[in-house]
Design a protein. Structure first.
Length: 154
């Protein structure tokens, strides 16, 4: 597992550097934020998190080099079921967002994922799904000026 973390972190670092370099091909814009702002932020964040994953993997290898490494167990059946359900939720979310728009489709999607991963507190599910939807709406619609799908009766 530790070797996998190191390999994955190196791959993610290469991807993040590639994305960052590709942002230099974007057109320049002076209105609002430039189109390079969000991709550069995401690529830098991905690089930093990949570096943390790499360091954790190296630390674990050093820590367990003297210990016997246990064999990897098979994937848990409930994890696979949750993964398949989450893929279906994401698929139906992409269908629903075209019909009812971002604001109405996103809270049930977030709440469904939280319930899928065993969040029992209903108030936390409701507050989190609404708050995340509002914050993402503000970020993309008002800050980045990205048009989001809207509900249209006609």
């Amino acid at each position: 597992m530790r070797r996998t973390e190191i390999i994955l972190s190196i791959i993610l670092m290469v991807i993040s550097i590639t994305i960052f370099i590709l942002t230099y091909q974007f057109p320049q814009q002076t209105v609002a934020l430039p189109p390079t702002a969000f991709p550069r932020f995401v690529s830098l964040s991905l690089w930093v998190l990949s570096l943390i994953l790499f360091l954790q993997g190296v630390k674990e290898i050093k820590k367990t080099s003297l210990e016997k490494v246990p064999k990897l167990s098979k994937l848990n059946k409930t994890f696979i079921v949750k993964l398949v359900v989450m893929i279906f939720l994401a698929y139906f979310y992409t269908l629903l967002i075209r019909i009812v728009g971002y604001v109405y489709a996103t809270p049930p999607f977030i709440a469904g994922n939280m319930l899928l991963f065993n969040e029992k507190r209903s108030t936390l599910v409701i507050i989190t799904s609404l708050l995340v939807t509002i914050l993402l709406y503000i970020l993309f619609k008002m800050v980045f000026k990205v048009p989001l799908p809207r509900f249209s009766l006609f």
